[in-house]
Design a protein around this ligand. Structure first.
Ligand code: AVI
Length: 303
């Protein structure tokens, strides 16, 4: 982790992986983002799941081993329990404390569903503990989190999912993906009026301070979030407000005023992009559901 962050910080175009946005405070700030009027993905996706619940459950099947990637507070998957009736629920998240708290609450609410939480960085490996059933696995990856990978990484990740699905009775994936839309809607969603997304982005610096003993001062940086149409993605950066030097145990980096650290890409898709991505990764029988404005898509595909 230290080597990865140091290499990313000292590269000519400094960048830090978006996974470091999620320390306990970062996870809470992300929950707050999902409540913002500007951040339409969460409520739009929820509306699609509510509207098409029966159809989605029919495509995905009931009694599945529901593997929730980046589960966070587990609320999205819990909303599907009544329709999907999972035989086992496996929430996975990098933020261990947040995950354990969420699952403790959920166990009381759904005592009949066996739950097995796994705190791990699933972007590195999808090798699951032996206690996770191999039967009819359904990888649930909502919220357009796949969009935080670059297209090549997204394909590689989907291929790994497909491999992990082929070890038992054939399963599938249930994804939520954000669609290309007017840049003004996207700009507002990633640079909100209250500055919650700014706090979420800046909090990464405090997280990195703890991880590698760096001395980033968030007050020296400002949040940038905008839609880059040429790359079909929203980009988040942190921009230095003045010339400064950041030091950490064993290293340092000079930043000029206006120099940026790239912290996140959030790719947006057309329905055709989604079909191509899934088919290139070996999935088939793709089904998609949309909201009336076609701002977001939920899709199911078989391994
Ligand atoms: C988690 N992920 C899908 C969010 C997104 O929209 O890319 C993270 C986020 N970044 C800024 N706001 C929300």
């Amino acid at each position: 982790m230290r080597a990865e962050i140091e290499a990313a910080l000292t590269a000519q175009d400094a960048a830090i992986s978006p996974k470091y946005l999620y320390d306990p405070l970062g996870s809470k700030l992300f929950e707050a983002i999902c409540e913002l009027p500007e951040y339409y993905p969460t409520r739009t996706e929820a509306a699609i799941f509510a509207e098409h619940a029966a159809d989605i459950a029919q495509a995905a099947g009931t009694g599945v081993t529901l593997i929730d990637l980046g589960a966070g507070n587990c609320a999205k998957a819990a909303g599907l329990f009544p329709e999907l009736k999972p035989r086992q629920y496996v929430p996975i998240d990098i933020s261990a404390d947040f995950l354990h708290q969420a699952v403790d609450g959920l166990r009381q609410q759904f005592p009949d569903i066996p739950m097995h939480e796994v705190a791990m960085d699933f972007s590195a490996s999808l090798e699951l503990p032996a206690t996770v059933s191999r039967e009819r696995r359904l990888f649930f990856y909502p919220g357009s989190s796949l969009g935080n990978f670059d297209p090549q990484q997204a394909r590689a990740f989907l291929r790994r999912m497909r491999q992990a699905l082929q070890i038992g009775e054939a399963g599938g994936v249930l994804l939520g993906l954000d669609l290309v839309k007017d840049a003004r809607v996207l700009d507002a969603a990633y640079d909100d009026e209250l500055g919650v997304t700014a706090a979420f982005n800046l909090n990464m610096l405090k997280h990195v301070n703890r991880l590698i003993g760096a001395d980033f001062n968030p007050r020296d940086w400002r949040h940038i979030g905008f839609y880059n149409a040429a790359h079909q993605r929203v980009e988040m950066h942190l921009e230095a407000c003045r010339d400064l030097i950041v030091r950490w145990e064993g290293g340092r980096r000079t930043f000029r005023q206006g120099e940026r650290i790239h912290t996140e890409n959030s790719h947006k898709f057309t329905p055709q992009d989604i079909l191509d991505l899934l088919e290139e990764s070996g999935f088939g029988d793709v089904r998609m559901w949309f909201d009336p404005q076609r701002w977001f898509a939920v899709c199911h595909a078989r391994a």
